[in-house]
Design a protein around this ligand. Structure first.
Ligand SMILES: *Cc1c(COP(=O)(O)O)cnc(C)c1O
Length: 420
């Protein structure tokens, strides 16, 4: 029961039952959080992180020891040879694009083995748009292997990887699809299979939403290059912008040549006072991801108890932080998102409405009351207004806050007579 929020008994009763169901998953999540927290802490200690690393540089940013050490700490955490961690990456798409442009050359072939990738990557590859400088415009060939029954099609991957393939590209998270996300074990299987067919192939993983969900990262099982966003898992809810690329040292060098210029690479880049939050973000990331995972598990248990379709289920092992809820109609999607917004620490007074968002073919309703604009490690929900009327929810900086927020979402539906 809450002394601060009006939540009806139907919902608090369901919440208490849901919490009981979550116990086992919570224990499992806590074990992973503890393991990853130790992994991160030991890297901080190994590289002697100190307040000099939080100093700011301006201009060219030569010899910024904070920036250089941050790359080393990140590389250690991810089990990679090197890393490129920069606030200059404007978003996840920019980070992924830098890695792709960094290593692919005219005539090279990129093979995505997880079906068509995340929407914002289409313009980078050249699946959509022409003449904007996509990889395709520069003569990079693209092909994909479709998923089979929503899972990796190992046989088709094996036959598609030959000497003509330069890069095998994997998207770990489901993004905004209903397919399951990939486990690191599944990624390892693709690495083995691909390298057996072509030992020179570069395996790259879009690691967005996947960091610290498992004990291992793709770079620990043979992926050559991974990338992600600092306003998702990797920034721990503390970093306010940026991205990271990690992997083989020779490939990271090429990515740095792309981010800055050939020759300059990692040597330049003023940090402008951003180092401290990037360090602190990494330090918090395992814990914050744990809170986000608990929030997702709880939301799954609660809404399944009301009779809605949820994926993943509360008791399924997770490989990313994304949760989807089948809310069955437009009115419920809108009421749900409005309730999530009401329980947000920032902009709680805003009433989200469906709108025609650029780049989408249907209206979308979104709830986001975050300290960092667009941050999706903070509790947020998006729902395209179309069949099958699913809402995608992710994040939660702390479970207790996310819990009441989920109850307010259910309350918002109940108040409109929509809750099953
Ligand atoms: C979020 C995301 C991206 C793109 O990141 P932005 O920060 O939105 O540009 C790419 N791939 C996946 C799987 C994502 O979840």
């Amino acid at each position: 029961m809450s002394s601060f929020f009006n939540i009806s008994e139907k919902i608090t009763d369901a919440s208490n039952r849901a919490l009981k169901l979550c116990k086992e998953q919570f224990k499992y999540i806590e074990e992973i959080t503890e393991y990853n927290q130790q992994k991160v802490l030991s890297a901080f200690i190994e590289f002697g992180v100190s307040d000099v690393h939080f100093n700011s540089s301006t201009g060219y940013g030569y010899g910024d020891v904070g920036r250089e050490t941050l790359d080393k700490v990140w590389a250690r955490v991810l089990g990679a040879e090197d890393a490129l961690v920069r606030h200059n990456f404007t978003c996840g798409t920019h980070t992924l694009a830098t890695a792709l442009y960094g290593v692919l050359r005219p005539g090279h072939k990129m093979l995505c083995v997880t079906g068509t990738p995340y929407d914002t990557i289409h313009g980078v590859i050249g699946i959509t748009g022409q003449g904007m400088g996509s990889l395709k415009d520069f003569g990079v060939i693209y092909d994909e292997v479709l998923l089979k029954d929503e899972r990796l099609d190992y046989e088709a991957i094996e036959s598609a990887v030959d000497d003509s393939v330069t890069m095998v590209y994997i998207q770990r998270s489901r993004g905004y699809e209903l397919r399951p996300s990939l486990s690191v074990d599944e990624i390892e299987k693709v690495v083995e299979l691909a390298k057996a067919k072509n030992p020179d192939v570069i395996v790259m993983v879009d690691n967005c939403y996947g960091e610290f969900v498992e004990k291992k990262e793709p770079t620990e099982v043979g992926a050559d290059l991974i990338a992600g966003s600092m306003i998702k898992n990797a920034g721990g809810g503390i970093a306010t912008t940026g991205g990271y690329i990690a992997g083989r040292a020779d490939l990271i060098e090429k990515c740095a040549y792309r981010l800055t210029t050939p020759g300059l690479g990692k040597e330049v880049g003023a940090t402008l006072g951003m180092n401290r939050e990037l360090y602190m973000g990494l330090y918090y990331a395992p814990h914050t991801v744990g809170e986000a995972l608990k929030s997702a598990v709880y939301i799954a248990a609660l809404f399944e108890s009301f009779g809605y379709d949820v994926t993943p289920k509360y008791n399924e092992v997770r490989h990313d932080i994304v949760q989807s809820l089948g809310l069955e109609n437009e009115e419920s999607l809108v009421a749900f998102c409005q309730g999530i917004q009401k329980g947000s620490p920032v902009d709680s007074f805003v009433l989200p409405e469906p709108w025609d968002m650029p780049g989408y073919d249907s209206k979308v309703v979104m709830a986001a009351g975050a300290f960092t604009l667009g941050s999706s490690i903070e509790l947020s929900a998006d729902a395209p207004i179309r069949e099958p009327y699913y809402a995608w929810i992710q994040g939660g900086l702390n479970f207790h806050s996310a819990k009441v927020c989920a109850q307010l979402a259910a309350q918002s539906m109940l108040d409109k007579g929509l809750l099953k």
